[in-house]
Ligand binder design. Structure first.
Ligand code: ES4
Ligand code: ZN
Length: 326
């Protein structure tokens, strides 16, 4: 079979996905209309034409604007359900997804509304599509630590629905050290931890995520390659990196997919995984990300299979569950 068919057919897991980043323009217009919210674009085509970014911040500005039309529990359900049906068609069997509570609570949408909508869709996805899941609450790093603490408090009644906490949004100038205390409290409450680090920010942010936040995975981590000692540390500990090739391309972290560091990272024995990040904005879900790097970097089926296996290893599935699926 062709490499494309091989990628499409193999059962996959996704570990780096922002649910707000799956908001397709068609659904955005539909939900905006029923909530009588205005979008500053006249059509799906006009909105899509605005998806041209020179860096992370230009993307985030549009991503937060899009999320503004999400108001009701049903909106969060529909958003999540659309994602699950989409990846089900792509043979994704397990997902560990982020949501950004502060993006919604700061506009007056309650934490309950957000999590109830997302959780019920995830439960329906498990029952009707057979997709298992973990949910990760991500703190916005451009806001202060007090706001993250408040969010952590709001999440405690829903602890059973949330497996971990993460850290996302504008990276440069907002190092992991800013959130050391709230991560400490989160771990004490039983949450696993991850953090975006080394996407635009320097390798020192990756060190901080490891040492101060005690993460179980690094989201992105591209810039680890600038620090040999860090590469050795990540390789020997088999610390997973959740790479997002099309995101890196669209946000100009790499200038061309042929320049993507994933093969170099595999050669360094790093535990790298392929993910879609914000697929509605970056032009592709899981299969498109795998196919993009496979074609640009001339990957073999064995290399694809290794990447897929890495994702199951890096997942938070219990050990026996992992072994069953590898
Ligand atoms: C994000 Cl690509 C990326 N980086 C940091 N924060 C984010 N939130 C959504 N996508
Ligand atoms: Zn991300």
């Amino acid at each position: 079979v062709s490499i494309e068919k091989f990628i499409e057919n193999i059962p996959k897991t996704e570990l780096h996905l922002h649910i707000e980043g799956t908001f397709e323009p068609e659904l955005m217009f539909e939900i905006a209309k029923r909530n009588q919210k205005k979008i500053p674009f006249n059509s799906v085509a006009e909105l899509k034409s605005a998806y041209k970014f020179n860096n992370l911040q230009e993307f985030l500005d549009i991503y937060y604007a899009g999320a503004n039309v999400l108001i009701k529990e049903q909106d969060f359900y529909d958003l999540t359900w659309a994602y699950l049906t989409k990846v089900h068609e792509q043979n994704v069997v397990h997902v560990e997804i982020f949501f950004d509570p502060q993006t919604h609570t700061d506009r007056g949408v309650s934490f309950d509304t957000v999590i109830k909508g997302i959780h019920s869709a995830l439960e329906d996805g498990k029952e009707r599509l057979g997709i298992t899941y973990k949910l990760i609450m991500s703190f916005l790093r451009h806001l202060d630590e007090a706001s993250a603490f408040k969010t952590l408090e709001q999440s405690l009644p829903y602890k059973d629905w949330i497996s971990g906490v993460g850290l996302d949004s504008s990276e440069v100038g907002n190092p992991p050290s800013k959130f050391e205390e709230v991560f400490k409290k989160s771990r004490k409450e039983g949450f696993l931890t991850v953090a975006h680090a080394g996407e635009e920010g320097p390798a020192t942010y990756i060190w901080e995520a490891l040492e101060l936040l005690q993460v179980t995975r690094i989201d992105h981590g591209n810039r680890c390659l600038e620090d040999n000692k860090l590469v050795k540390q990540l390789a020997s500990s088999q610390m997973p990196l959740t790479l997002c090739p099309l995101s890196n391309l669209e946000l100009k972290v790499v200038s061309n997919l042929k320049e993507h560091p994933i093969v170099k990272m595999m050669a360094e024995n790093l535990l790298v995984t392929v993910n879609s990040d914000d697929p509605a904005y970056f032009g592709g879900y899981m299969n498109e990300n795998y196919i993009g790097i496979a074609n640009a970097l001339d990957l073999s089926k064995e290399q694809i299979a290794e990447l897929v296996k890495n994702s199951f290893i890096a997942s938070w599935l219990p050990k026996q569950e992992k072994e069953k699926r590898i």
